[in-house]
Design a protein. Structure first.
Length: 346
């Protein structure tokens, strides 16, 4: 809806969801009611924190400052508009983008956020706040030229917890708040696998960005993965240490797959009748495992080429999972068929 020549705040949020998201724009739209509104706004709130963390021109100290200031906006106080104005006043971008536009319109997201039920505001605020503070703590590891190294799998898991696993926990909480069919027993089972759900999706993204991150001086792949292959992650090139880079990458793929296996079980624990909730989880899950299958057999990644599933692949995943969404047996079969392709190239 347009008011006074511009989109109202919620229409703005819906438009920017499509602009700044990839797979989550698809699956958020399958939801209804407060689950839809809550997860749409939660995604945008997380994306604002991502924009601060990811900007290559912001000094490390500035990122830490702004991530901490952003965390202090949550939960929103009665004077949140003034606080957001102060938060934004010294932020400028060398290159504008949809993500930077979203950040500079943080107040429009908050205008809708404060209209959610109090329990949802509390849940979302707690998790986004934890994410922002966690991101800031990892930025402190970086030097002023922006290079970040994660030392081992434990540190990778901890980083992914802050940037993605909080999202898994938040999704579980929002689902539980909005459906009586998720009993306390089911909620407990979902909570136990919420972290694995987030880890699987995030480590898949790291595997997809393996080459590009390294070229930009960021290394989210644990240093230990390289060292065990006899590689210096800064000095050595793929051309000279091809086998070692491929092996380190395969190790990352297998790690992501382990977590995606748990993510499948998470999804199957959602009652069959909650079709929209199931599809919300199934689509990014199957896109992730399909991406890993493509990565495992295509080494063009190391030559600077983008390796990703096609739009036709996405349409096929959406169609096929929608047809069998209530059948755990069929979903397991489809998942394991793709999983087998990954193992054949490990």
């Amino acid at each position: 809806m347009i008011q006074n020549g511009k989109l109202n705040d919620f229409a703005f949020c819906e438009e920017y969801l499509v602009r700044v998201s990839r797979t989550f724009a698809i699956n958020i739209k399958i939801l209804k009611g407060n689950s839809y509104k809550g997860l749409l706004l939660a995604y945008l709130l997380c994306r604002i924190a991502d924009t601060i963390e990811d900007d290559p021109c912001f000094p490390v100290s500035f990122k830490v400052q702004k991530l901490c200031e952003y965390s202090e906006l949550l939960p929103p106080s009665p004077d949140y508009k003034d606080q957001i104005e102060n938060f934004l006043k010294d932020i400028t971008f060398k290159q504008e983008s949809d993500s930077s536009d979203l950040l500079m319109n943080t107040v429009r997201v908050f205008n809708e956020f404060v209209r959610l039920p109090d329990n949802m505001i509390s849940v979302i605020s707690a998790h986004v706040k934890e994410m922002a503070v966690g991101m800031a703590s990892f930025q402190k590891k970086a030097s002023d030229d922006g290079i970040i190294f994660l030392e081992d799998q434990e540190e990778l898991d901890r980083y992914c917890y802050f940037v993605a696993d909080t999202v898994g926990l938040m999704i579980t909480s929002i689902f539980s708040e909005n459906s009586q069919r998720i009993t306390p027993e089911i909620k407990k089972k979902l909570q136990e696998r919420s972290v694995a759900f987030g880890l699987g999706l995030q480590i898949t993204n790291i595997a997809k960005d393996f080459y590009g991150d390294r070229e930009r001086g960021w290394c989210y792949v644990p240093r230990s993965f390289f060292i065990e292959e006899g590689i210096d992650p800064v000095e050595d090139s793929f051309e000279k240490k091809e086998e070692g880079f491929v092996n380190a990458h395969k190790r990352l793929i297998n790690l992501a797959l382990t977590y995606l296996d748990e993510a499948l079980l998470y999804t199957l624990d959602i009652p069959r009748t909650l079709i929209r909730y199931r599809l919300f989880c199934l689509w990014p899950l199957f896109m992730a495992v399909e991406s890993l299958a493509k990565l495992s057999r295509d080494q063009n990644l190391f030559r600077g080429r983008t390796v990703k599933i096609s739009r036709d692949d996405v349409k096929r995943i959406v169609r096929n999972t929608s047809l069998v969404v209530m059948s755990n047996t069929a979903l397991k079969y489809m998942y394991n068929r793709t999983r087998k392709q990954i193992l054949e190239h490990s």
